[in-house]
Unconditional design. Sequence first.
Length: 150
Amino acid sequence: MRKQDFLFGLLLAVLMIAYFFTMKAANLYENFNLRFVNVLFYLLVTWLAIRNFYKSNPDRKFNYLTGLLAGFRPVLIGVFIFAIFQMINLSMDEHLMSTLEEMAPIEDTFTPFTASVYLFAEGVGVGLIISYLSMRVVDARQIDGYEERL
């Protein structure tokens, strides 16, 4: 794990927490369909992390796994921090927790911990997909640049 991974992961967590508080201030935090905006944060941070990895290692030979991991490690860190934040927040915000319990398929066993586990799992899945797609775009640009140099 590199320092840049932690910094980009922290950036992702800060963006998601700031967005949560913005939605809470606008009284929209119970509209769970607005969480798709988090995907934009995933895209931004993943793209920045992969691009930074390429630029900081110009002589290194890359493959999809190294590129995928360069984008995915910060997502893991950011989503983990955000899941911990939400676990603490849901422990204190009974209204939001009861709203989530009503929507959950497992009402009886739904706790702030299980909610944060679901949030983490969702973030890992989305992060993998976005890291892969970002890697494809970065790799395609690198190939295009390589062909121009020939």
